[in-house]
Ligand binder design. Sequence first.
Ligand SMILES: *[C@@H]1O[C@H](CO)[C@@H](O)[C@H](O)[C@H]1NC(C)=O
Ligand SMILES: *[C@@H]1O[C@H](CO)[C@@H](O)[C@H](O)[C@H]1NC(C)=O
Ligand SMILES: *[C@@H]1O[C@H](CO)[C@@H](O)[C@H](O)[C@H]1NC(C)=O
Ligand SMILES: *[C@@H]1O[C@H](CO)[C@@H](O)[C@H](O)[C@H]1NC(C)=O
Ligand SMILES: *[C@@H]1O[C@H](CO)[C@@H](O)[C@H](O)[C@H]1NC(C)=O
Ligand SMILES: *[C@@H]1O[C@H](CO)[C@@H](O)[C@H](O)[C@H]1NC(C)=O
Ligand SMILES: *[C@@H]1O[C@H](CO)[C@@H](O)[C@H](O)[C@H]1NC(C)=O
Ligand SMILES: *[C@@H]1O[C@H](CO)[C@@H](O)[C@H](O)[C@H]1NC(C)=O
Ligand SMILES: *[C@@H]1O[C@H](CO)[C@@H](O)[C@H](O)[C@H]1NC(C)=O
Ligand SMILES: *[C@@H]1O[C@H](CO)[C@@H](O)[C@H](O)[C@H]1NC(C)=O
Ligand SMILES: [Cu+2]
Length: 566
Amino acid sequence: MQQSSLSLSLSLSLSLSLSLSLSLSVSKAYLPIKEAPYTRLCQTKNILTANGEYPGPTLYAHAGDTVIVEVVNRAKSNITLHWHGVKQRRNPWSDGPVYITQCPIKPGSSQTYTIVLSDEEGTVWWHAHNDWARATVHGAFIVYPRRHGKGYPFLKPHKEIPIILGEWWKSDVSKVLEEMVRTGDSPNVSDAFTINGQPGRFYPCSEEGMFEVMVKRGMRYLLRLVNAAMNDELFFAIAQHRLTVVGSDGSYTKPYTSDYITIAPGQTMDLLLEANRPSDGLYYMATKAYSSNSVVGYDNTTATAVIKYSTKRAPLKAYFPFLPAFNDTDAVVNFSKGLRSLASADHPVDVPLRVDHRMVITLSINEFPCANNSCQGPNGSRLAASLNNISFVDPSVDVLGAYYSSIKGVFKKGFPNKPPLVFNFTGDDLPLSLLQPKKGTKVKVLRYNRTVEMVFQGTNLVAPLNHPMHLHGHSFYVVGYGRGNYDKKTAHRGFNLVDPPYMNTVGVPRGGWAAIRFRTDNPGVWFMHCHFDRHTTWGMDTVLIVKNGKRRADQMLPPPANRPSC
Ligand SMILES: *[C@@H]1O[C@H](CO)[C@@H](O)[C@H](O)[C@H]1NC(C)=O
Ligand SMILES: *[C@@H]1O[C@H](CO)[C@@H](O)[C@H](O)[C@H]1NC(C)=O
Ligand SMILES: *[C@@H]1O[C@H](CO)[C@@H](O)[C@H](O)[C@H]1NC(C)=O
Ligand SMILES: *[C@@H]1O[C@H](CO)[C@@H](O)[C@H](O)[C@H]1NC(C)=O
Ligand SMILES: *[C@@H]1O[C@H](CO)[C@@H](O)[C@H](O)[C@H]1NC(C)=O
Ligand SMILES: *[C@@H]1O[C@H](CO)[C@@H](O)[C@H](O)[C@H]1NC(C)=O
Ligand SMILES: *[C@@H]1O[C@H](CO)[C@@H](O)[C@H](O)[C@H]1NC(C)=O
Ligand SMILES: *[C@@H]1O[C@H](CO)[C@@H](O)[C@H](O)[C@H]1NC(C)=O
Ligand SMILES: *[C@@H]1O[C@H](CO)[C@@H](O)[C@H](O)[C@H]1NC(C)=O
Ligand SMILES: *[C@@H]1O[C@H](CO)[C@@H](O)[C@H](O)[C@H]1NC(C)=O
Ligand SMILES: [Cu+2]
């Protein structure tokens, strides 16, 4: 099913060779958005899809290519698409987050996205970026090494296998969101995880369609792993096989071999698998949630798929992989700390050593009081979330359009560089007076070509949790992680400024912090948010506006024709 989607996704491919020894390649794809019936967990329902597929089609390109995707909305609901991990240099117009860079594509209309690839190489992905449409509208985006370049920085795999981890609700996902917003409570947890669209072996009606990979002994496979789940960081492993991470978030890493993987929503990983086990085994791959705090409900189920070796004999023995315990924070932090940039001559790093602009940003879960405690959040409140105590409110027209055309009243500048109040962020029994945030559409304006250090500091308000923080328009170096409160006097001593991983989504550990560095080399309007969708909806978001540089080549492109209006 995965394979047959390829011809549909790239309907036309053409290569233009320009003079100036520059070779530019443009390919086109067509993605109709429509409702389609799907049967999972013995129940058939209509879900929102791209091309009628769940997960959606895989896109293929080479580093440096431009891909043009025409999205036609044949569904009954609004849609926008985001090309997650693609920096879209100078081109925020095609980035996709609703009310940040565009208005929704309404039913019956269409939009052409121009996806400008630059240094991304490996696996990135695409997903819907409005409401909770991304639960079913998403797919992998594979970026091969540059045309006429040196190829992979590791032994060429014999075959690649996209593996997309998803989350499935028996109800209509838009109803889950609606109920969460109406009641003020946490959303219902999902009913199953999926591996390439199927929950697998341990579910009724799912064994038939379970994703199955046939491998040949002695061959090497490149797994293109995407965590497309909405609200859960995941563990993933394959029985009897170790996995070697060679890339994360569209950037190569030093080969890093582990028995299990942890992957946060929004993250992608390239993994090498050596098919070197006895061919009479049946080897399960499995995924389940990491839950950073059990006071928050989580989906405690396990999804599976299977690896078989091509042999005439029937498999004799089934093996199931070891996955860390659902609450094993050490396993998560430990795995994340092992990721390193490749930092080779062909794939050098450019970690900012001098910092122009420092920010410390607290990540909090919050509560708004409700009249007569009539909401269904803790103590009758409405749950919320914030960055530096500001709970982001979506504007009703997009920030990018308002910024470009100087329309007043849509957003405010001045997102704070540090928490408005210093308290023991990771302390116990925090005063209830801290719980309620401010509301606003506050953005941070940064000058072009400045180096930024951002420390994401988790807080224990309501509940200490991990948060996968995602920045659009840039990748960043994750230079450090820590427990407790970030201490600017000592923390930098432990920073990795030599080969830190280059990512676009960082899992900020529960009750701790993560520090990132990047250069503002991409003018535009860029969303920054927690990639747990419930937290995005609650307001754990802000926008970075990177101003134009002096040279034309360092300025935003003009808006394309036919932008959707609100
Ligand atoms: C959420 O779960 C509750 C309890 O199981 C159920 O009554 C409710 O219908 C669910 N809501 C949705 C939208 O599925
Ligand atoms: C998973 O959670 C459900 C409640 O949501 C509970 O009934 C069940 O026992 C749990 N299963 C495991 C294996 O913990
Ligand atoms: C994980 O949960 C188990 C109960 O299921 C508990 O015994 C254990 O202490 C917890 N571990 C951590 C690190 O919280
Ligand atoms: C963490 O990693 C170290 C070194 O790789 C290992 O010795 C240790 O057992 C790991 N701990 C956990 C909890 O995974
Ligand atoms: C709150 O309670 C008071 C007194 O019981 C009542 O008059 C008022 O209508 C209630 N407000 C709401 C929003 O339910
Ligand atoms: C609910 O209120 C009680 C008493 O006012 C307080 O101790 C508790 O921390 C509150 N819980 C939350 C999650 O707000
Ligand atoms: C913050 O709270 C934690 C947990 O209660 C405690 O261990 C730590 O000492 C506190 N830090 C400060 C600076 O008070
Ligand atoms: C957030 O701001 C509100 C309103 O000013 C204040 O009451 C609350 O204590 C602040 N909380 C934190 C954590 O700064
Ligand atoms: C950006 O700043 C660096 C110094 O921090 C400088 O070397 C470089 O030339 C600048 N690039 C542009 C495009 O201005
Ligand atoms: C679709 O988007 C339009 C434009 O922003 C908005 O007015 C409308 O309410 C949206 N429809 C839904 C169902 O969200
Ligand atoms: Cu979060």
